[in-house]
Each structure stands twice: as C-alpha cells, then as structure tokens.
Design a protein around this ligand. Sequence first.
Ligand code: BTN
Length: 325
Amino acid sequence: MTPDAKILSALRAHPAGVPGAQLAEVLGISRAAIWSRIEELRRLDYDIQAGPHSGYRLVRSPDVLHADDLVARLGRTRVVGRDIQVFEQTASTNDVVEKLARDGVREGAVVFAESQSKGRGRLGRRWISPARKGLWFSVLLRPQLRPPEATQLTIVSATALRRAIQAVTGLKPDIKWPNDILIGGKKVAGILTELSAEVDRIRHILLGIGVDVNLDAAELPAELRQTATSLKQEGGQMVCRAELAVAILRALDEDYARLNAGRFPAVADEWEAHCVTIGKNVTVLMGDRTVRGRAESLDDDGSLLVRTEHGRLERIIGGDVTLEK
Ligand code: BTN
C-alpha cells in the first residue's frame, strides 16, 4: 500500500480521529511527512479535519475514484484488486487491460476510468460511459479453464455483481442470461467478457464491467430510456461509487475463489436463484440464426439450455436473448 492508502485506511478504521504521532509511527514516516500527505489528500477534496485531541479525522470523501482510496477500502484480497489503476479518461478499459495482459501482468489487475470515449458493449454495441456517473472498469484474469468453459466466468461475474449491488443499495437486482443485471426489468449493468485463448487453454480473460450508478434519465440516450436505468433512478438517491466499486471487487474475488476451488455449481445455484431467464419463453439471436423456445436451465459449463418449439434441447453459449412476455 502507498502512504496515502495507509493513511486513508487508518482514518477509516478510526472514525473518531487518529493523532498525527500515531499515524507517523504506523507508517514509519515523520509527522511532517504525514502533514504533507494530508495536505495532498485535501487538495484531492478529502475533507480531513485536525483537532488538538482527536488528531486527524476523515469527514467526507469526494465522489472521485482514487486508486489509493480504493486500495485502502478494499484491504487484502486473494486475487481481484491486487493492483488498481484509475484513469481520468480512456478509450476502453478493456483495451488498457488487454495491453497489461500482453505485457505479462499477473491476474487480478483492475483498471477503472472515470469516463470512456469508446466504451463497448456485447455484440459490438456502444457503451455510454459519462464522467463520474458510473463504474467503468476491467479486470484481468488468467483462469485454469478450457475455452468452452469461459461462460463459467461470465456466470461468476454476474453473480458477484448482483450480490454487491444488492448489498450496497438494498435494491433487488435480477440477472438476465448470461450477464445483464436488471432492476424492475430495466438494465442497470452489463459485462463484456473478452477472451484470448489457444485451442485447449485460456491465456487470459478481460472482464469489462459497466454499472450505471448515478446517471439521470436525461443522461441516457433517448433510445435506451425504455430499457435502461441507473441505481440512482431506481433507489432515489446517489450511490457512493467507491463503496460500490470495492463491494464488487470483493464479491468477484470471493466468487472467483469459489470457481477455482471447484465450487462452480454453488455459484450457478445462486445465479439461477436470481435469474429471470429460466422458465421464460425466449428468442435468441446468434448471428443470422434464431432459436425460439423455453429456457429450461443452466448447463454445467454455464451455457443456457433452451427447449425449442420442436422439442429439441439447444445449448446456447452466446447471443442476444429477448424474454417474451
Ligand atoms: C454489455 O452489457 O453489453 C456489456 C457492457 C460492458 C461495458 C464495460 S464498461 C468497462 C469496460 N470497457 C468497455 O469498453 N466495456 C466494458
């Protein structure tokens, strides 16, 4: 952890305040150095008050994503979030993480951007990523899976994302196969899983996650207002993005550990319990092919099993699913 991360971590652990001398001792630097770091944090809009008895006290954190702050809030994880970077703007965080992957960076690295100029969604769609309104980030993973098993990771991420959103906001999100997060039938978050693989081995996976956090309806393109929403619109109040970001990384870390420990079936059960696709009549578009039928269940590898109108069972591993009323 950097000194700033350690200071923020200590201030959060002691809401009533920490004496400068104690911070200096814990960090192993002088009180003057602590004072200069606190000044720098204040310049970043952290409201840190200093009292003669209480010492330094964190009163308010700004609505910005700050790597040191995310590290301090997250604490130690097994894999996800071992390294966190925040960009003010980038084309797409998936591209940044792809480069890290090619440079041999170890799994667990996470890149956030406050805004993206070329955010992309599944099936070549554009992903609107306005500054400081959402969470736009990508995670580098190197799972021990074969390429056909990659859908498991999609299921793992949707399960973690749903649970974290519920824990932080109290809202009750649903999952639409494979990994859209809906609230009240409208999409609030999505995951773009990009894969680099050899025939029998995944080299790396980029999990690109977009969450519409504090967008107002007017900030969504008109054509999306019927089908998309934000956590702020649904819950009626602003959501702290840093708190949500950390909750998502922690949940992802937990569920990735469950996957690696051979406990994918437990994750799949949780996924199915919150999935609005199972039991519904669906239309699935896969390139120029259309499958219509009833979504019966999830297969062991995370693919969707659809019973067609002709009674055949189809395994769906990708595509655009529409739920019929
Ligand atoms: C979808 O539902 O279509 C997936 C949306 C994924 C959006 C995220 S935002 C961060 C990352 N970078 C991108 O360009 N896309 C993903």
